[in-house]
Ligand binder design. Structure first.
Ligand code: FEO
Length: 143
C-alpha cells in the first residue's frame, strides 16, 4: 500500500495539532505495513487499536482547544469526529471477518486515510486559522 506522507498541504497554524496529525499518519502507515507484510489479523488489530486510541486522544485535544476558544463551528466539527470514531470502531469487525487482506487495506485507505486528509485540509485548517486570527484580534470575514 502506498505510504501516507505528511505533505506541506497538511500543515496548519498549530504545532500541537500538526504533531498529532503526523502521529496519526504514522499509525496508518503501521497498519498498512502490518497488512502488506502479512503479519496477520492479531498484529493488524494491535495497530488498529493504537490508531483508534490515538484518534480519540487527538480529537479530545482539538475539541478542548475549540471550546476554550469558543470556536463557532465546534458542533459540526465534533460531529465529524464522532462519526469517524464510529467508522474506525467498525473496522475491527471488518478486520475479523475479512482478515488483514488487500480488501481490508483498500477500505482503510478509503474510510480512514482519505477521510483524515480531507478533514485536515478542510475543518482542521479552517479551525486553526480561525484560532490564530482570533488570537491576533482580526476576526472579520473568517468563516
Ligand atoms: Fe485533526 Fe479535527 O481532527
Amino acid at each position: 500500500m502506498k505510504k501516507v506522507e505528511f505533505l506541506p498541504a497538511l500543515i496548519s497554524t498549530n504545532a500541537m495539532v500538526d504533531a498529532q496529525h503526523k502521529e496519526l499518519i504514522e499509525a496508518i502507515n503501521k497498519l498498512y505495513a502490518a497488512i502488506d507484510e502479512g503479519k496477520g489479523v492479531e498484529e493488524a488489530k494491535k495497530t488498529l487499536e493504537f490508531l483508534a486510541q490515538y484518534t480519540i486522544f487527538h480529537f479530545g485535544g482539538e475539541e478542548a482547544l475549540m471550546q476554550a476558544q469558543q470556536y463557532p463551528l465546534y458542533t459540526e466539527h465534533k460531529k465529524a469526529h464522532d462519526a469517524f470514531v464510529v467508522t474506525v470502531k467498525g473496522l475491527f469487525q471488518v478486520l475479523t471477518e475479512k482478515g488483514a487482506t488487500e480488501e481490508f487495506g483498500a477500505l482503510v485507505e478509503k474510510e480512514v486515510t482519505n477521510w483524515l486528509i480531507n478533514h485536515i485540509q478542510g475543518m482542521d485548517i479552517r479551525m486553526t486559522d480561525w484560532i490564530k486570527i482570533k488570537s491576533n484580534g482580526m476576526m472579520d470575514n473568517m468563516l
